[in-house]
Design a protein around this ligand. Structure first.
Ligand code: ADP
Length: 212
């Protein structure tokens, strides 16, 4: 029998994570039970940690401090949201995951000395429930920034205001993450019509969830 999957949607801001999550929810309606969640956040304590990142103290903290705060949020999210659902057989799909921690706190901020700690904490937190698939939406930094700048209804993220080089480094971080975990990662070209991307996403997820 297939293990109940934990799936992460990730990629730079403007890459299309929320759009794809919304299209998937719309397609599934009530047909299949899925827990849709996000990181950092998902659980009340992790949401509180997320809020820290909208404060000057959170933004100005060193990459290491941010890394540790986000790891705590990640741990609580796994214990309180992901694991209970997975254990009762409900697939979990999260917008962002530890792949963002790797891309932003390590790569974008160029704190490569944190990488060993990253893999150690990752193994410790996930234990036997590692994500089976990371869908990394890959778009150019220019296109991503154009999208976030022209999206009138968007809730602004801290990353939105960053310069184009920041987006480029983050994109490279996600691509490196994908290279490190080739069997668990699907790099999806996000520079296409959202419905076309959705078909690819749906196929991957329905296979993992055993819907076909
Ligand atoms: P993210 O959640 O990764 O930050 P969003 O899904 O919020 O990205 O998308 C950011 C903006 O880009 C939105 O205005 C959205 O409508 C638009 N967008 C998303 N996917 C595509 C796509 N494939 N092509 C063009 N625009 C897109």
């Amino acid at each position: 029998m297939k293990k109940t999957p934990l799936i992460i949607f990730d990629g730079i801001d403007g890459s299309g994570k929320s759009t794809q999550a919304a299209l998937l929810k719309e397609r599934l309606k009530d047909e299949h039970k899925i827990c849709f969640t996000r990181e950092p956040g998902g659980s009340p304590l992790s949401e509180k940690i997320r809020q820290i990142f909208s404060t000057p103290e959170g933004v100005q903290a060193s990459a290491r401090t941010q890394f540790l705060l986000l790891s705590a949020a990640h741990s609580h999210w796994l214990e309180e949201v992901a694991l209970p659902n997975l254990k009762e057989g409900t697939p979990v799909i999260s917008e962002r995951g530890d792949s963002s921690l790797f891309a932003y706190q390590i790569h974008t901020k160029q704190r490569f000395e944190l990488e060993n700690l990253f893999w150690e904490i990752r193994n410790n937190i996930f234990g036997e429930y590692h994500p089976v698939l990371y869908l990394i939406f890959d778009v150019s930094a220019v296109e991503a920034k154009r999208r976030v700048n022209t999206d009138a209804v968007r809730t602004r993220s801290l990353f939105d205001v960053e310069p184009i080089e920041f987006f480029e480094r983050a994109r490279a971080g996600f691509r490196t993450f994908a290279e490190k975990l080739p069997n668990e990662t699907l790099l999806i070209s996000g520079d296409r019509d959202p419905k076309e991307i959705h078909e690819e996403v749906y196929q991957a997820i329905s296979e993992l969830c055993g819907w076909k």
